[in-house]
Design a protein around this ligand. Structure first.
Ligand SMILES: NC(=O)N[C@@H](CC(=O)O)C(=O)O
Ligand SMILES: [Zn+2]
Ligand SMILES: [Zn+2]
Length: 425
């Protein structure tokens, strides 16, 4: 029987207190947690005060396979996830083929399982081609293992399609996840419509594109009783709408990405497409609103929207470059540095946003606490030493992120999935 012993790691105990503990792992599970463990082990890891947490959960990643393996594969994406401290991810369906049919879905799921280093749950598409066409066979897809339904990458353009989709998702008790974007308000935009787009002379996306479709969806969600989840929320109006909907008893959850919490349009240095993503970086007011929404519980969780692209697709002008940034390797360290270390939030809150709430909202198996008997899905983070992010350190194929050069705390030292090493620095 192999035994892995982690010595002297900081564990979060009640009231945001950190305590040095030894943790023994065997047969894929935590078997003992104590001040000092002397049981002989196959391998001993000296944690030297690093922070040991449950493995992180990301409900929004793009692993690009099948169809776009030049941007990312399940192997590289999941290695990157493990390097970010994530042990569970939910993979988006904007693939080729799109998992809108049971045949395509089953094949994609099998590939995830064969090549993934972490637990991967697959979203099925709401409709073929991510268009407002016929709603997919959600009953069969759910039975085949679809964790939830979404057309992420595209908004659902008609209320009729959304109504049918929500009714079907409610029937099979799966969340309906929305990328909210009314295409009639996009106007060929490549960044947020406002002061900065005017300064740069670039076409802007009207922020009402997000909130107006969200308002529509919330009304339909209430009527259908579906669990509706808002992907990458980015504007003040959207946060206000979700807050109101929650007060009215609508079953709604929302996620925000680290970049919408940490950057706004004024940070865009010039015509640099590493700042190009959808939804775009918004105004400072919007940024403050998503922070406030996260802190008051209107926004339930942080999700990366890890969207890797090739250098050729990103190293060009804003016009013509692909939307999206790589994110899964920098999420924890950015959030830890700018929310916990800076004192805006507690470590307990951060783990709520990055472990507990994702698991609750998507009804995921596993455990969100470090207790004896829990599966050994764990991450160990160095919170004592500063690190400057460089492009060459990523395990993801995508290196397109505006956070290159940022100095952070919380580098991952070790990630275990089912007690096995998935990443080690
Ligand atoms: N976020 C992005 O800018 N891009 C995503 C699609 C999406 O999440 O909408 C992608 O697939 O590249
Ligand atoms: Zn999206
Ligand atoms: Zn996405």
């Amino acid at each position: 029987m192999t035994r892995l012993l982690i010595k002297q790691a900081h564990l979060l105990v009640h009231d945001n207190e950190l305590k040095l503990q030894d943790v023994l792992i065997s047969e894929g599970k935590i078997v003992e947690i104590a001040d000092e463990i002397t049981t002989p082990a196959t391998r001993t890891i000296e944690a030297q005060g690093a922070l040991l947490t449950p493995g992180l959960v990301d409900v929004h990643v793009h692993f690009r396979e099948p169809g776009f393996a030049y941007k990312e594969t399940v192997a590289t994406g999941s290695q990157a996830a493990a390097r970010g401290g994530f042990t569970t991810v939910l993979a988006m369906p904007n693939l080729d083929p799109v998992p809108a049919t049971p045949a395509a879905f089953t094949q994609i799921k099998a590939n995830n399982e064969a090549n993934g280093r972490v637990h991967i749950y697959q979203y099925a598409a709401i409709s073929e081609g991510l268009t407002s066409a016929d709603v997919s066979d959600m009953e069969t897809l759910a039975a085949d293992g679809a964790i939830a339904f979404t057309n992420d990458g595209k908004g659902v353009q008609t209320a009729a399609t959304m109504l049918t989709a929500m009714q079907a998702a409610a029937k099979v008790k799966r969340p309906l996840v929305a990328h909210v974007e009314d295409e009639s308000l996009v106007n060929g935009g490549v960044m947020n419509l406002g002061k900065r787009s005017k300064e740069l002379g670039l076409p802007g996306i009207d922020p009402l594109s997000e909130s107006s479709q969200l308002a529509r969806d919330l009304v339909i969600a209430k009527a259908t009783g579906v669990h509706y989840h808002v992907a990458h929320i980015s504007t003040k109006e959207s946060v206000d709408l979700v807050r109101f909907a929650k007060s009215q008893g609508v079953q709604v959850t929302a996620e925000v990405s680290p970049h919408h919490l940490l950057l706004d349009e004024t940070d865009i240095t010039g015509d640099n497409a590493y700042f190009k993503m959808n939804p775009p970086l918004r105004t400072p007011t919007d940024r403050q609103a998503v922070i406030a929404g996260l802190l008051d519980g209107t926004i339930d969780m942080v999700a990366t929207d890890h969207a890797p692209h090739s250098l050729a697709e990103k190293q060009r002008s804003f016009i013509g470059a692909a939307f999206g940034i790589t994110g899964i390797e920098t999420s924890f360290q950015l959030m830890y540095t700018h929310f916990v270390k800076s004192g805006i939030a507690t470590l307990e809150q951060l783990l709520q946003w990055m472990v507990v709430q994702p698991r609750v909202a998507f009804n995921l198996p596993g455990q969100s606490e470090l207790t004896v008997g829990a599966p050994a899905d764990l991450a160990l983070f160095d919170i004592a030493h500063a690190h400057t992010i460089t492009a060459d350190e990523f395990l993801s194929k995508g290196v397109n992120t505006p956070f290159i050069g940022a100095t952070v705390y919380g580098q991952t030292v070790l990630t275990l999935v089912n007690g096995q090493v998935a990443y080690e620095a």
